[in-house]
Design a protein around this ligand. Sequence first.
Ligand SMILES: Cc1cc2nc3c(=O)[nH]c(=O)nc-3n(C[C@H](O)[C@H](O)[C@H](O)COP(=O)(O)OP(=O)(O)OC[C@H]3O[C@@H](n4cnc5c(N)ncnc54)[C@H](O)[C@@H]3O)c2cc1C
Length: 384
Amino acid sequence: MNSYDVIVLGLGGMGSAAAHHLAARGQRVLGLEQFGPAHALGSSHGGSRIIRQSYFEDPAYVPLLVRAYELWEDLEAASGADLLTLTGGLYVGPAESTTVAGSLAAAREWNLPHELLDAETIRVRFPTTAPDEDVVGLYEERAGFVRPEASVAAHLSVAGRLGADLHFEEPVLDWSAHSGGVAVTTARGTYTAGTLVISPGAWAPRVLASLGLPLRVERQVMYWFQPVGGVEPYLPDRHPIYVWEDRTGVQTYGFPSIDGPEGGVKIAFFRKGIDTTPDTLDREVHDDEITAMAERAGRDLPTLPGRFLRGAACMYTTTPDEHFVIAPHPEHERVVIACGFSGHGFKFVPVVGEILADLATDGTTRHPIALFDPARSSAAGSRT
Ligand SMILES: Cc1cc2nc3c(=O)[nH]c(=O)nc-3n(C[C@H](O)[C@H](O)[C@H](O)COP(=O)(O)OP(=O)(O)OC[C@H]3O[C@@H](n4cnc5c(N)ncnc54)[C@H](O)[C@@H]3O)c2cc1C
């Protein structure tokens, strides 16, 4: 007999949520993580992640977001942790930009409350900003940020309380699947289970090598600056999260000040990464990148780039169309895969946990995941 119902490979954002949802359904769960709990070596660190609903990436994500918001609140209640803060969200750019037009399309399709603001209104309502005359903004109240490390820790703690066995510092070296179940090998031994959930983040190209998915692992840097004049105007009760697109299509995003008077404010480029691998990731943040970030930030929010405080590197695992991969493994019915979150997955963490638990226990889910099929043309790899 299998000693576990489900093994979860990788206990980062998605895997910790899957372990929680599976344990909550009475499944005997083993979670295996190569590093410690809520570590800073993958994709789920850096203190904050944007959460928003008028989703410019594709309106198809909106029902998942609505469910995610409910589950974030459930997780706060179950864990007692402070995870989700709604500050409002401001998406600025030329009217026809992805950021503005895409957000508006999603808001209209799903009747999400939103306001369209001209440049002058943005400037008056959000005094830290200095938009050009010819840009506009979409503002939605139900946006804000979640705390990634605390979220992973909360999912792990509730999963453990519900009986999941969670092993850290135990890398999976190999896995195999047959019609009756799966076997997973680490340096400490081989474990068997009915089903395997694989949520390996930036290690997907290695752990799922046989699928040949066209994944790119990108280095992405987060920057913290202490604003000129202090963080007061950036406090979360008066400052929204924002995404700001310039005329060339480059997006930056940022947060209110959430780390105290000397903690600064965080800002980053959304997609301006260079290709890397988890083993070769350059974790140092260089002067030329800091200068480029400060220059761009200062154009949109003139007081923001006062003094550079710190930077941190993180990894995106990106598919060609920037949509996720969540599905039963195309070759093994006892295996479920979740990867390719393309730099925008964290806000979905609890609903991805629910979907993975559905797929692992029932083989199907009520949630709309057709967009995440690994066989779609832009994600289908060359199978080896
Ligand atoms: C700079 C940056 C900013 C971002 N901003 C946002 C944002 O504002 N909003 C948003 O929604 N999303 C954002 N994202 C994206 C989001 O954080 C990711 O999509 C999400 O964290 C991915 O979770 P994951 O579980 O796939 O990866 P991870 O959290 O990295 O988890 C994968 C886990 O698998 C483990 N693992 C891998 N291989 C093995 C093995 N062989 N054995 C055992 N364990 C293994 C790893 O150690 C890791 O813990 C951002 C990402 C970055 C990098």
